[in-house]
Ligand binder design. Structure first.
Ligand code: FAD
Length: 423
């Protein structure tokens, strides 16, 4: 009789479910352990519930932590189009937006998790929910995984069950990272990897909102605007991006800030970082100053408040005007030149001192984890422990927003699943 491999996958998230599909397809018997009460809980929250599952403009440069070379190899072995083909083969229709971001056609993340779970239903796959892996040991016949039942998040008072053992031929560590602990993120995977002899680079929250030191920022909480944002450190520009920003009671959020957050988080480790916001990036400095002077001439007999109206968000303008010390009830002609220039300068370059990122509770992913140099780019097999595979966010690579993080989770999961099953 043909030997059927038994594979234990720790984590029914994006990479764990992809690995289960591939391993089941390759004929293995699979047990998936998931501490949440549903599989794919994090998938359901991705892309604000729409799940930006991949990107048509995928490239290694989108991945950080010095991993572009590793990702380049991975993408040669499993080209990006195969991820779209994989989801098409599961029955998922997709749509692409002008930035190349790919979503399920229904714009429902639940459909992405649903097609993955549908595929493995009826195959030799058991998903053990509310079950946590607490240890993994290499034994002569393969691995011994220690597991215990855990109470659901709404039943925290119940004690976890007693620890039992599960033996298998191969283990796929797909336990993710600490981002969004409220939906399953945890550092447990790092502990398991470390216990098996792997290195873990300290995790940092990335794709995360940023706090600023200026307390007055809470006056503009909730204001959304288009802007060009620069990160400044030691007088130099670290990074620049254009798009939507959101002011919050602690600082800054919105797509542009999330995308710049990685650079800011790492730069803050070695010194102060400022954020410069240009509310009129469509004008160069000289043209904008000329435009504002002409506006001032045309409105010199009006109140300053009326002069500002229509330029940008009212609350934001009031804050900047206060900072420049121009009273809203003055006549435009009574506002001194120095104050006017200061106000125009703030509209083109409003600087805020960054205080740090919000915590993992608000971070879409983690930088850090097991170095990619400790796994094979072709199989995601551990280079330290035969029969062990490591996938997804547990590895030390993280990407820009735009579907790149999930793409890596699917790719690493599919390759690990296939190879763990011995194909
Ligand atoms: C709010 C939010 C929105 C996002 N949106 C996008 C997006 O639109 N596009 C994109 O590309 N990326 C997005 N991401 C990032 C993306 O979700 C992750 O990169 C991806 O889910 C990582 O997959 P993974 O399999 O490594 O980990 P996860 O999907 O986190 O899965 C890990 C699973 O393992 C389980 N687990 C952990 N430890 C154990 C244990 N010891 N025993 C049993 N189970 C365990 C966890 O409960 C979890 O279910 C988003 C992230 C967040 C938080």
């Amino acid at each position: 009789m043909k030997d059927i491999k038994h594979i234990v996958i720790i984590g029914a998230g994006a990479s764990g479910l992809a690995a289960a599909c591939a391993a089941a397809e390759a004929g293995a018997r699979v047990t998936v352990l998931e501490k949440n009460h549903v599989p794919g809980r994090k998938i359901l929250s991705t892309g604000a519930g729409k799940c930006n599952l991949t990107n048509a403009r995928l490239s290694p440069e989108r991945y950080h932590g010095g991993t572009a070379g590793f990702i380049e190899k991975v993408l040669k072995i499993l080209p990006p189009a195969e991820i779209r083909d994989f989801f098409a083969s599961l029955g998922l229709l997709t749509v692409q937006d002008p930035d190349g971001r790919i979503f399920p056609r229904s714009l429902k993340a639940a459909d992405v998790a649903g097609v993955l779970v549908n595929f493995i239903t009826g195959k030799a796959v058991e998903i053990k929910l509310l079950t946590e892996a607490v240890g993994v040991k290499k034994i002569p016949s393969g691995f011994e995984v220690s597991i215990r039942a855990v109470p659901p998040s709404w039943g925290k008072k119940a004690a976890p069950g007693s620890v039992t053992a599960l033996n298998c031929d191969a283990v796929i560590l797909a336990a993710g990272g600490p981002a969004y602990p409220q939906i399953g993120g945890s550092a447990l995977g790092y502990e398991l990897a470390r216990a098996l002899g792997h290195t873990v680079n300290a995790p940092l929250p990335v794709l995360v909102p940023l706090k600023v030191k200026e307390k007055f920022i809470k006056q503009v909480e909730g204001v959304r605007t288009q802007a060009a944002v620069e990160l400044l450190s030691d007088g130099g520009v670290l990074a620049r991006a254009c798009g939507e920003i959101l002011f919050t009671k602690y600082g800054l959020s919105g797509p542009v800030i999330l995308d710049l957050s990685r650079k800011a988080v790492f730069a803050l480790k070695s010194g102060p970082v400022k954020c410069r916001i240009d509310l009129f990036p469509e004008y160069d400095g000289k043209t904008f100053a000329a435009f504002m002077r002409e506006r001032r001439q045309n409105m010199e007999n009006r109140f300053w408040r009326d002069f500002m109206r229509g330029l940008a968000d009212e609350r934001l303008l009031l804050l900047l005007s206060d900072l420049a010390k121009a009273g809203p009830d003055k006549l435009v002609s009574a506002v001194p030149e120095r104050v006017f220039s200061e106000f125009v300068g703030l509209l083109k370059g409003f600087e805020l001192q960054l205080a740090g990122p919000l915590d993992f509770e608000a971070a879409m992913t983690a930088a850090g984890g097991v170095p990619v140099s400790e796994v094979s780019p072709g199989t995601f097999g551990s280079l330290k422990v035969k029969g062990l595979f490591i996938t997804g966010e547990l590895l030390d690579t993280d990407a820009d927003s735009g579907g790149y993080n999930l793409h890596f989770a699917w790719t690493s999961g599919l390759l690990a699943g296939r190879h763990a099953a011995g194909r």
